[in-house]
Write a protein that binds this ligand. Structure first.
Ligand code: FE2
Ligand code: FE2
Length: 145
């Protein structure tokens, strides 16, 4: 069973796609579209991180008794992701194209490295540990069916 890995990985791809659309708009200095795409990207990423921080990871920790390790590393990286999103927000507010694009690139690279660790290591561990708790997980996570 890889249902958790599939669902959460799909959210990664969706966030990547909107981030790319945002980058295109910023490249064209289309601030209206850029700000729209930014708002959607931010909401999608924040929702995804919240699904992990508030639901998936705590349930995994509770069922396995594993408190440190990969989850702690991922949570630390979430702090960095949120801070990069704030930097992009500020750059868009003052219409600083270079800062917005540079930070978007940094966020994109950071997310790729973060996501690959989750997809190849942590999510498969959660699929293994939570296979008997899927109904509980599905009840708590929007769109997870
Ligand atoms: Fe994450
Ligand atoms: Fe993730």
């Amino acid at each position: 069973m890889t249902i958790i890995t599939e669902f959460f990985s799909k959210q990664h791809r969706e966030c990547d796609a909107i981030l790319e659309q945002m980058e295109q708009a910023l490249n064209a200095e289309d601030w209206t579209t850029g700000a729209e795409k930014f708002a959607k990207m931010k909401q999608d990423i924040i929702d995804h991180l919240a699904n992990e921080e508030e639901i998936l990871f705590p349930m995994f920790q509770e069922k396995t008794g594993m408190q440190g390790g990969p989850v702690m590393v991922m949570l630390g990286e979430h702090v960095e992701i949120k801070s990069l999103i704030e930097r992009i927000d500020n750059a868009i507010t003052v219409q600083d194209t270079d800062e917005a694009l540079d930070t978007t690139e940094t966020l994109f690279m950071f997310l790729q490295q973060h996501n690959v660790k989750e997809e190849q290591m942590l999510y498969p561990m959660t699929d293994e540990a939570l296979r008997d708790y899927l109904p509980e997980l599905k009840a708590k996570i929007t769109g997870f069916e």
